[in-house]
Design a protein around this ligand. Structure first.
Ligand code: BG6
Length: 489
């Protein structure tokens, strides 16, 4: 008998900016990611801007813009998110494919700028609201529950650029308006919500990008504080409009091992996890900052700008579940004579016991079991793996087939690892593999880095028909779901 419970939520995951397209349709406003051009395996994506005198330029993502520059779309540049993979026009076809696969839960995000184009409007954009009503109705017809992320790296550009983004407390109120609007509007259609995608990722930056400025890190603590408060208010409101709502935090799954048994590495790993993972998880699950926060603030010279009501909000808005992305594990070490490897917002010494993907991310299914146990021991809340998968190059054959045994192998071992964690006693309730239908990579802007069980005909230069093709992994997942995780061959 399968170790997966009958009501296990087998699913798939996407996010509006990487999947939807229709960037300037239906009254949608702009987001920062609309100004991101594409990158490659070797170089980060760039963002384009305009100077006050009208001159256009570009600089690497995460780097500071020149004085006076404003992000903008520049003629002659290619922006992969503008059309993404065109879910905006192909939602019916995609949802039918998801139904055919047999999934029960579809992770998607609502593009904030489709509902409030600049973020500061007082009334929502009806066309945006209608679009998601249509999507939810089509999902319901297929017996699929939506799992909706409120903010997946797509705060409206106006807020980011003119108001100072999440560092400004005013953004808490603007998000509040957005969250209340969509949570009331869709209360009969959506039970599962996530507030901020990979909310801990800003605190992972120093270990990911060498020479990350300390001033930027200081402001990231304020960004997170404001997001914690905004998230807690949304959790509370979700339960006011719908008693059985399940709202989760969403963490970038920083599963890291000490590289050696040198005690210095053990402490280094522990502190790295406190800062880049548990600081967010602990605050959102327990409703208060953890005891080690003070030391972190001192280390980064952080003085949080808070109000007394923030702490009441945090305590009143503890999440109902803990969700996370998991692609690979990393190692941390104080030793410098090591070969290095990177992953999703992470980097560390290369683990000699693991294989690495074409994009250099480690492949570690056992790490998923370990991480699930670690989170469950700590939080004792239902868990969901809401992103997992292998970014790999696929070949579309003449007859429309795509043979992706490497992906099946990766998924099989990760599903087995989840099964082991269930047997360990972990309360794992759902699994939504990332980019279930191919979409644009967040880090590189490529289409070549594909995660899906459905192939989308689109390349890195914007050529292709957007036609969809079932990969071999599509049929594998269909069988895995139908047998509730029993038949993984
Ligand atoms: C996570 C994000 O960081 O990893 C997704 O939540 C992203 O948006 C995913 O796409 C995989 O990363 P990448 O860079 O391979 O697309």
């Amino acid at each position: 008998m399968s170790v997966f419970p009958k009501d296990f939520l087998w699913g798939g995951a996407t996010a509006a900016n990487q999947y939807e397209g229709g960037w300037n349709e239906g009254g949608r406003g702009m987001t920062e990611s609309d100004c991101s051009s594409s990158g490659s395996i070797k170089s980060l994506r760039s963002v384009t801007y305009r100077l006050p005198d009208g001159t256009a330029g570009s600089c690497p993502m995460f780097a500071p813009l020149p004085e006076g520059a404003k992000l903008d779309v520049v003629e002659g540049e290619y922006y992969p998110y503008h059309d993404a993979v065109d879910f905006y026009h192909r939602h019916s076809e995609d949802i039918a494919l998801l139904g055919e696969m047999g999934i029960k839960l579809f992770r998607m995000s609502i593009a904030w700028s489709r509902i409030f184009p600049t973020g500061v409007e007082t009334e929502p954009n009806q066309e945006g609201l209608d679009f998601y009503h249509t999507v939810f109705a089509e999902l319901r017809e297929q017996g699929i529950e939506p799992l909706v992320t409120l903010c997946h790296y797509d705060t409206p550009l106006y807020i980011e650029q003119e108001l100072g983004g999440w560092e400004n407390r005013e953004t808490i109120g603007l998000f509040d308006r957005f969250a209340r609007c969509v949570m009331s509007e869709y209360k009969d259609e959506v039970r599962y919500w996530l507030t901020f995608n990979e909310i801990n990722s800003p605190l992972m930056m120093p270990s990911f990008l060498p020479n990350y400025p300390a001033a930027k890190m200081r402001s990231n603590f304020q960004v997170l504080h404001n997001q914690f408060v905004a998230s807690a208010r949304a959790v509370k409101f979700a339960h006011e409009v719908r008693e059985d709502a399940m709202v989760g935090c969403m963490l970038a799954g920083r599963c890291s091992y000490p590289f050696t048994c040198d005690p210095a590495d053990i402490i280094n790993n522990l502190q790295g996890k406190q800062e880049a993972l548990f600081y967010a998880g602990d605050t959102m699950v327990r409703g208060a900052y953890p005891s080690y926060a003070r030391r972190l603030w001192q280390a980064w010279d952080v003085e949080l700008n808070t109000e007394p009501s923030d702490f009441e909000d945090l305590a009143a808005g503890c999440v109902d579940m803990v969700t996370f992305s998991y692609y690979s594990s990393s190692t941390s070490t104080t030793h410098t004579d090591v070969e290095r490897a990177s992953g999703n917002f992470s980097s560390g010494a290369k683990n000699p016991y693991l294989q690495y993907s074409q994009w250099g991310w480690s492949i570690d299914p056992t790490g998923l079991r370990y991480f699930l146990n670690e989170l469950y021991d700590r939080y004792q809340k239902p868990l969901m793996v809401v992103e997992n998968g292998l970014g790999a190059k696929d070949v579309l054959e003449e007859d429309g087939s795509v043979h992706d045994p490497y992906r099946i192998e990766y998924m099989r071992e990760h599903v087995r690892a989840m099964g082991e964690s269930l047997a360990d006693g972990v309360d794992l309730i759902g699994y939504t593999p990332w980019g279930i239908i191919d979409l644009v990579s967040a880090s590189t802007g490529q289409m070549a880095k594909r995660y899906g069980f459905v192939y989308v005909d689109r390349d890195d230069e914007g050529n292709g028909t957007f036609d969809r093709y079932r990969k071999d992994s599509f049929f594998w997942y269909q069988k895995a779901i139908a047998s509730c995780g029993e038949d993984l061959d």
